[in-house]
Write a protein that binds this ligand. Structure first.
Ligand SMILES: *[C@@H]1O[C@H](CO)[C@@H](O)[C@H](O)[C@H]1NC(C)=O
Ligand SMILES: *[C@@H]1O[C@H](CO)[C@@H](O)[C@H](O)[C@H]1NC(C)=O
Ligand SMILES: *[C@@H]1O[C@H](CO)[C@@H](O)[C@H](O)[C@H]1NC(C)=O
Ligand SMILES: *[C@@H]1O[C@H](CO)[C@@H](O)[C@H](O)[C@H]1NC(C)=O
Length: 499
């Protein structure tokens, strides 16, 4: 049975990529040539949509540092509103706690400054990372069995030699009781990401993911990877064995925006850079989203104060800031940045999980199967849907597994304070706000349909070493074309719901 999130994975993860170098940008012809787009108002496809000069002369780092600066001001403004309105206090709390004071969250990946008991994990990452990828995937189960067992056995040995689990546990207990002085939140964030890498590396043991590992239904992980993970999952109010979009992607960058825990260490430039480009988009989207979160909050506060003029100004800003962000996706999801053959077999598989844990479903008593990362966990898209009064596209259960509690709280409150349905028709300010919101909806529709096209391209690449799957779910039907068609139908449905 395929779940919702399997498919939504395609919206984003299927596609994705990096953002910032736009100098060589040309609109991609596939947009206008796809028949399914005929149902849409093609006016969206005016060039304005692709006017991405915002980043025309900035390296990633320059752009990030500029954005960080304006983001800091936005965050300060949100903090000052925290006493005035619940929506601002929710966002402010999310940033202060999970963000360690910033957004995207602050992380301290400099492991020499970590509490001593945590440092072995980083050392083990450093030793194991080069052993994870194989230059050529074997199709032979016996060979793969050998590779996987030896990787795991070395991993277990290092964990048991180096990690003092009691010390790690008491450190995490200290944090759980609010002792953030001994375990600062930015270090907590970085360690969470390191641990998530270790777990996914142990689970797959070989990249490309091979079908032998996919067929494992349950795998006991070493205690050093289980005990701290469970505590951290409890902290973030998450119920999954698998990593999530935050742990594996967003927190996997240091404060200068450098990618830390890698999948394809030591392989060719083509592979390494495709992985880097893919990963980076999650961090950069979150960077570009800060002004959008800010404008959403501001518009809700203005609406509550019955200041329609200001409300309109901020709704417009949501729309304006969305343009470069979505444009960045379009620009990046491209063969020149992310090689299709590389993405499917060398990047995407790592983020999957596809195993049951120890927990059972309350009703059916069946073991719960945890899926893995999915682009649909991206905070911004959930936030926008809630803001626009659309139904959440992830089930509550999937949210509880993959989207941290404070993010869920923010999204819930966006939905609660949604004012779109309260606007009057007509040509007054209400009508203008309504019109602006409709523009946002249209933009999202275009985005979703474009993603659908690209996702199919990226997922249709042959990968004989494994069974078809997307990270957000486990396995597709054996027949990959049938599976992709199924996902496609799901995406069409989502598109129809974007109104
Ligand atoms: C970047 O875009 C802006 C706005 O279109 C333009 O004024 C500026 O000259 C561009 N800079 C470069 C280096 O292309
Ligand atoms: C682009 O930025 C670099 C570094 O800030 C600067 O030296 C260069 O002159 C800029 N180029 C253009 C065309 O503005
Ligand atoms: C981020 O990581 C890069 C390389 O991994 C390093 O050179 C840089 O100093 C780090 N920045 C911070 C703020 O830790
Ligand atoms: C998933 O990645 C996006 C990248 O922008 C990030 O913003 C989002 O917060 C991540 N996921 C979750 C669960 O929040």
């Amino acid at each position: 049975m395929i779940h919702l999130n399997e498919v939504l994975f395609l919206f984003l993860a299927g596609i994705i990529i990096t953002i910032f170098r736009l100098s060589s940008y040309k609109p991609q012809p596939f947009f206008s040539s796809k028949p399914f787009l005929n149902n849409f108002n093609l006016n969206f496809f005016n060039l304005d949509f692709f006017n991405l000069n915002f980043f025309n002369n900035t390296s990633t780092t320059q752009a990030s540092s500029h954005l960080k600066h304006t983001n800091t001001q936005k965050i300060q403004d949100i903090n000052t509103l925290a006493d005035c309105h619940e929506i601002a206090s929710r966002l402010s709390e999310l940033i202060r706690k999970d963000g360690a004071g910033s957004w995207p969250p602050n992380t301290n990946h400099l492991s020499t400054t970590w509490p001593a008991s945590l440092r072995p994990y980083k050392e083990i990452y450093t030793e194991m990372a080069p052993l994870l990828p194989a230059a050529h995937a074997s199709l032979d189960d016996n060979i793969n069995h050998q590779i996987i067992s030896s990787f795991r056995s070395r991993f277990r040995q290092l964990l048991s030699e180096k990690v003092n689990l009691d010390e790690v546990t008491s450190l995490l207990s200290a944090a759980a009781s609010g002792r953030w002085d001994v375990f600062p939140r930015d270090t907590y964030n970085a360690f969470y990401s390191c641990l998530a890498w270790c777990r996914h590396a142990y689970r797959w043991a070989s990249i490309p993911v091979v079908s032998l590992a996919q067929r494992e239904d349950a795998l006991p992980l070493p205690r050093e990877l289980v005990v701290p993970w469970n505590k951290m999952q409890a902290h973030f109010q998450l119920a999954s064995d698998s990593g999530n979009n935050m742990s594996n992607l967003v927190l996997n960058f240091n404060n200068s925006g450098e990618y830390q825990y890698k999948i394809n260490t030591g392989l060719s430039q083509k592979i390494v850079s495709s992985e880097g480009e893919f990963t980076k988009i999650f961090y950069e989207v979150e960077t570009l989203a800060v002004p959008i979160y800010h404008a959403m909050v501001r518009s809700i506060v203005a609406f509550a104060r019955e200041n329609k003029k200001e409300c309109l100004r901020y709704v417009r800003e949501v729309n304006d800031k969305l343009r470069p962000l979505l444009g960045a996706y379009y620009e990046s999801v491209h063969e020149s940045k992310i090689k299709r053959d590389v993405w499917l077999s060398r990047v995407q598989g790592f983020y999957a999980w596809g195993m049951t844990g120890e927990e059972r479903d309350v009703e059916s008593q069946e073991l719960i199967r945890f899926d893995g990362l999915s682009g649909n966990q991206v905070l911004l898209f959930q936030a926008l849907d809630a803001y626009l009064g659309m139904e959440p596209y992830l089930t509550r259960e999937v949210m509880d597994r993959n989207v941290p509690g404070l993010q869920r709280g923010f999204v819930d409150s966006l939905g609660r304070f949604c004012f779109r349905g309260l606007l009057k028709d007509g040509c007054g300010e209400d009508g203008e706000i309504k019109g602006e919101m409709l523009e946002i909806v249209k933009r999202m529709r275009v985005f979703r349909s474009a993603h659908r096209t690209r996702a199919k391209v990226y997922l249709s690449v042959p990968a004989p070493e494994r069974m078809p799957m997307t990270a957000g779910k486990s396995l597709l039907k054996d027949d990959s074309v049938g599976g992709i068609d199924f996902l496609d139908q799901f995406m069409v449905k989502r598109l129809q719901q974007t109104v």
